[in-house]
Design a protein around this ligand. Structure first.
Ligand SMILES: O=C(O)[C@H](O)[C@@H](O)[C@H](O)[C@H](O)COP(=O)(O)O
Length: 230
């Protein structure tokens, strides 16, 4: 499948254009289907994008937002992606958006899977837009190459929407959408900044080893747009 690359001169230019594109896609979803769904990633990269989106005019009350993955920590924990999204995206004009959390009260993520999957079933699918980040080890969402669960997460016929993941090279147990669940999106973006990550992505695609660099599995199966700035 094709990777379309959109390169920008600065992170600000990337943020502006990305917010415009996402708003257009969400509006299109609302116009055609009554509601729209947006799947975002955690980490530091999307922070400015979240802030810009939150200031954007849109019928946010008709938008459902969830995460591609979540660290299995309380919402009060600095590491919580839910906290990040609520503090930066579900604010201002976007405060009316409906946020669907993947985190449940269970101590172990494995015990929260059924509830998380049931929550996700309320979202318009295919998702209108999916924003993925990537780590320098080639993980995307929480499909970590170091984890024992990576094969399960990349299995296209598992029938699973979410899995519990225990990375060995990153902190916190996680819950992640599986590859088939992520691919159930009308528009897929990989959002990266910096030369190092761009190199990792290019090498991952060239070497085509999905278990070693799970981001490759997404690019191999769907049209993906890379949104990149230095
Ligand atoms: O919760 C998470 O950690 C993620 O969703 C993860 O897949 C993230 O997107 C990458 O690790 C990139 O993170 P940075 O943007 O912080 O580099």
């Amino acid at each position: 499948m094709a990777l379309t690359q959109q390169h920008f001169d600065s992170a600000d230019a990337l943020t502006e254009q990305f917010a415009t594109t996402l708003t257009r896609l969400l509006k299109e979803g609302i116009d055609k289907r009554g509601r729209a769904s947006l799947v975002v990633s955690g980490g530091r990269t999307p922070l400015a994008l979240f802030k810009t989106l939150s200031e954007t005019e849109l019928e946010w009350s008709k938008v459902d937002i969830t995460l591609a993955d979540e660290r299995w920590v309380d919402e009060s924990d600095e590491a919580s992606n839910t906290r990040l999204v609520k503090q930066n995206l579900i604010q201002n004009k976007a405060s009316e958006a409906n946020f669907v959390s993947l985190k449940t009260d269970h101590n172990d993520a494995a015990d929260g899977i059924a509830e998380a999957e049931s929550r996700l079933s309320s979202l318009t699918q295919p998702f209108d837009a999916l924003i993925l980040g990537m780590g320098e080890d080639g993980h995307t969402a929480s499909l970590f190459p170091c984890s024992a669960q990576v094969e399960d997460g990349l299995n296209m016929s598992s029938g699973k929407i979410c899995i519990a993941v225990q990375p060995t090279t990153a902190p916190h147990q996680r819950i992640s959408l599986t590859l088939p669940a992520l691919l159930n999106s009308r528009n897929i973006f990989i959002h990266l900044t910096g030369d190092a990550k761009k190199r990792v992505l290019e090498e991952a695609i060239a070497n085509d080893t999905e278990l070693d660099k799970p981001v490759t599995a997404v690019v191999n199966r769907a049209p993906v747009t890379l949104m990149w700035a230095p």
